[in-house]
Design a protein around this ligand. Structure first.
Ligand SMILES: *Cc1c(COP(=O)(O)O)cnc(C)c1O
Length: 475
């Protein structure tokens, strides 16, 4: 708009504009109230006053009393809080999805957090060998532990599992052929598809078998002088049922050995423990895959392992050495915080019971259902009476999910606290809790807002109850 078409404010508006406090005046008043007057406070004051000016010119603010300091103070506080609250914040996960990629996947154990704080807040021996006083390798900090826990000869850790797969293919099969079963050309989500990663790595995909069935002879028939690798992808995020079969790893290993080729297994979730004794599905553990003879195995650090985001590569020493000297490894390398957290988590695995008790991902997956019901009763008792007339509070038996693309069919019986608001819609309740001081994320099912107790920690029950009461103005 040009200045010619700009509307001249009415006399009433002009009078109101003169009533807007000056920036310094407002700041002085805030200082008298004991508010700290820093950069963010100054910007917030300007934003509030600009907002008033615009509202007057648009005819939305017409009464002088709306410019009172008390009202402006409230606007200021909202602006100041919005400006100074961190964008990245903790949330309460009431979804019951244990490995929730959108909510940060694995919750780290206290041991890992302590280690991260220790090495992050000072200098460390990240790449310094304390025995020789010479330059060391960051990979050596966790390699030996990984090998002890899985039986692998060697290993390294990169940024995430996607990076691990890409790096292995780039090292072992660039410009050559990789044989994969048609039943294993999976999409992990977020546009990570095995065929696309293969293209990016410069390897040529040779698909064998049918969608539902692949036989050893299919692999055998596809081996040529150009073959670099046989790849098995663990289809952890979907299940095929009915007339289907894939070739077990030991048979692929035997075939590959006859042709002097390596076999790689992309494990995805990669559990170090067999969780089937808690009623979870039997998934191959990393140790079992190594033992079955895979030359390279890759898996995530923040899925069933319960550690920080990382991609772990284990395998034969000769192959791992080649991967370590690939220039791409430098571009995908992991940072000191991740290494610190990962080492602490891995150390907990030396004792299976300790791992189950202290690694939150494992603890949440193996918690007895009686404990979940008790947690639901605790939350319910804290809010039920106060919410009478505004929200019905009940307990509901339902199922949690493992998440992270792992064990998609696995039902995990749990208890949820179900909220049924009486004066607002369930969607409004969901939004209010999500936008609260500490965001609470749950799920809506049959017009009920559910908070699954599996992913809510015991220490979160009291704050969670308070947040719910706040939403209903019942504090
Ligand atoms: C999750 C997953 C990946 C990707 O792992 P990130 O650590 O998220 O990069 C790759 N492959 C499989 C089979 C997976 O399940």
């Amino acid at each position: 708009m040009t200045s010619k078409t700009k509307k001249v404010p009415s006399a009433a508006a002009q009078k109101l504009l003169r009533e807007i406090p000056k920036v310094d005046e407002f700041l002085g008043w805030l200082e008298e109230q004991g508010h700290d007057i820093g950069h963010q406070a100054k910007i917030s004051v300007r934003e509030v006053l600009d907002h008033c000016r615009e509202a007057i010119l648009a005819g939305r603010l017409t009464a002088k009393k709306e410019l009172g300091l008390a009202g402006l103070h409230r606007l200021f506080q909202d602006r100041f809080k919005a400006r100074t609250a961190p964008n990245f914040c903790g949330v309460i996960n009431g979804t019951g999805v244990v490995i929730h990629t959108n909510l940060g996947r694995s919750v780290l154990p206290d041991e890992a957090m302590a280690m991260i704080a220790r090495v992050g807040g000072g200098y460390s021996n990240l790449e310094f060998d304390l025995n020789t006083g010479k330059r060391g390798s960051r990979y050596s900090l966790v390699e030996e532990i990984l090998c002890e826990l899985t039986g692998a000869e060697a290993g390294l850790v990169v940024n995430n599992n996607a990076a691990a797969v890409l790096l292995c293919l780039d090292t072992l099969a660039k410009g050559r052929e990789v044989i994969v079963s048609r039943g294993q050309l999976v999409e992990i989500g977020g546009s990570f598809r095995i065929p696309d990663v293969m293209t990016r790595s410069g390897a040529t995909l040779v698909e064998v078998g049918a969608t539902n069935r692949t036989h050893l002879r299919d692999y055998e028939g596809a081996i040529t002088a150009e073959t670099a690798l046989l790849l098995k992808v663990h289809t952890s995020n979907y299940r095929m049922i009915g007339f289907c079969s894939e070739v077990p790893l030991p048979e692929m290993v035997e075939l590959a050995a006859r042709h002097d080729l390596p076999v790689m297994e992309g494990l995805g979730s990669g559990s170090l423990l067999d969780l089937s004794r808690f009623g979870l599905m039997k998934e191959p553990t990393v140790g079992e895959v190594v033992k079955a003879g895979a030359d390279v195995v890759t898996f995530s650090g923040d899925k069933l392992l319960g550690g920080p985001q990382a991609g772990i590569i284990l395998g034969r020493r000769e192959i791992i050495d080649r991967i370590k000297s690939n220039p791409m490894t430098r571009a995908l390398r992991i940072d000191k915080f991740t290494l610190a957290g990962l080492e602490a988590v891995l150390r907990l695995y030396y004792d299976e019971e300790v791992a189950l008790a202290k690694i939150p991902t494992l603890a949440m997956l193996s918690v007895p259902k009686e404990l979940l019901a008790a947690r639901a009763r605790r939350l319910s008792r804290r809010i039920k009476k106060a919410l009478a007339g505004s929200c019905r509070v009940t307990m509901l038996k339902t199922d949690s999910r493992v998440g992270g693309g792992a064990m998609p069919e696995q039902d995990l019986p749990t208890t949820a606290v179900a909220l049924q608001p009486e004066n607002i819609s369930v969607n409004e309740l969901e939004e209010l809790l999500r936008k609260g001081e500490v965001p609470v994320i749950g799920r809506i099912e049959n017009d009920l807002f559910l908070l699954d107790m599996r992913t809510v920690a015991d220490r979160e029950i009291v704050p969670l109850a308070d947040l719910i009461l706040q939403v209903f103005g019942a504090v």
